[in-house]
Design a protein around this ligand. Structure first.
Ligand code: BDR
Ligand code: CA
Length: 335
């Protein structure tokens, strides 16, 4: 039976690509999306989630808006990477439907409670909604089947030398989430930067018709060609965000599709190698705020995470292409 999934996201080019992957994956049953401010503001992350679902014909998936700002800090965004629209060069029509009523936090709590032990929660944006949900309903940590994030890094950052964007955007929320009493599967830059959309991958995408030519490739193009190397946005503590696609990605190999890796793990856990760890989120460091400090030798009883350190890159792209192929075929088939 397909694994039930809720995706909390901030589309975002790679969030959009993760939505498409989840819809096309026979291993996954995408129940709903919740949106959070991150790559762009909440109105756009919400409408982008709707745009993507409508574009690929997945109109039955509710999109419930959540937090419009981090818990304590002023918002930062990633328009340098994802463009002002949040979807890079993709120009999808405005959604015709409306977002679901209510708040993401209520949707998360109610839906997970309605199917105890059955739902895998995947988060690919800042962790604001998840922190608020586990604060309101601490039993959520026992009620999910699994909790997977794209976020963090056991080594380098991208928004600053220490912090990955999703954690750096709301470190206080991330700290709450890592200390909530569940095992966080952390799919961070350690693996996502290994899975690049190379020229060979793009050649395989090309025959997929409008899915490729109107969404996936224009999104990847923006990722690939973005970058005024001097552009930077100030952070609240005076540091400069130099997040773009992505420092380490400016090597000509092709962009990473971070969020898709977290979703692919949900579909096929064997794609990633994971190590048990204790992860703490730095919230006060002058230069390290948002860092996921990772101890791979946690004391007994201290483990709170499984951290992805290895990825089967070929297997990953085969799985993604297979899922996208299913979506592309469904888009061509009259309803
Ligand atoms: C993460 O940051 C966002 O810009 C992407 O959507 C991804 O979730 C990568 O650091
Ligand atoms: Ca994201």
């Amino acid at each position: 039976m397909a694994k039930k999934i809720i995706l909390d996201c901030d589309p975002g080019i790679d969030d959009a690509l993760a939505i498409v992957f989840a819809v096309g994956s026979p291993e996954l049953d995408l129940l709903g999306l919740t949106s959070v401010a991150g790559n762009v503001g909440l109105d756009l992350t919400t409408s982008n989630a709707q745009r993507v679902c409508e574009f690929i014909g997945a109109t039955g998936i509710p999109v419930t808006p959540g937090a419009a700002a981090p818990l304590l800090r002023p918002p930062i965004d990633a328009r340098l990477v994802h463009g002002d629209s949040g979807l890079g060069g993709a120009r999808l029509p405005d959604p015709t439907g409306r977002p679901a009523g209510g708040h993401a936090i209520d949707y998360l709590i109610d839906t997970i409670k309605s199917a105890p032990g059955e739902i895998t929660l995947v988060a690919t944006g800042p962790l604001t909604n998840i922190a608020l949900a586990v604060h309101r309903e601490p039993r959520l940590v026992k009620l999910v089947s699994d909790f997977v994030i794209m976020g963090g890094s056991a080594s380098r950052g991208n928004v600053t030398p220490a912090a990955e964007f999703n954690i750096g955007a709301d470190p206080e929320a991330a700290a709450i989430v890592f200390r909530a009493g569940w095992t966080v599967t952390m799919v961070g830059l350690d693996v996502t930067l290994q899975a690049r959309a190379t020229a060979a991958v793009r050649d395989r995408l090309q025959p997929l018709g409008p899915l490729a030519t109107e969404l996936v490739l224009p999104g990847l193009d923006q990722y690939a060609t973005d970058a005024d190397p001097l552009a930077a946005t100030p952070l609240a503590d005076g540091q400069q965000s130099r997040y773009r696609a992505h420092g380490a990605e400016a090597d000509g190999i092709g962009p990473a599709v971070h969020d898709v890796v977290a979703m692919a793990y949900a579909a096929a856990p064997g794609l990633l190698g994971l190590l048990p760890a204790r992860v703490e989120v730095e919230t006060t460091g002058r230069w390290t705020s948002g860092m996921t400090v990772t101890d791979f030798a946690p004391a007994a009883g201290e483990q709170n995470a499984l951290v992805a350190t290895a990825i089967d890159v070929g297997g990953f792209w085969d799985l993604v292409l297979d899922s996208y192929h299913r979506v592309a075929v469904a888009m061509r088939t009259p309803a």
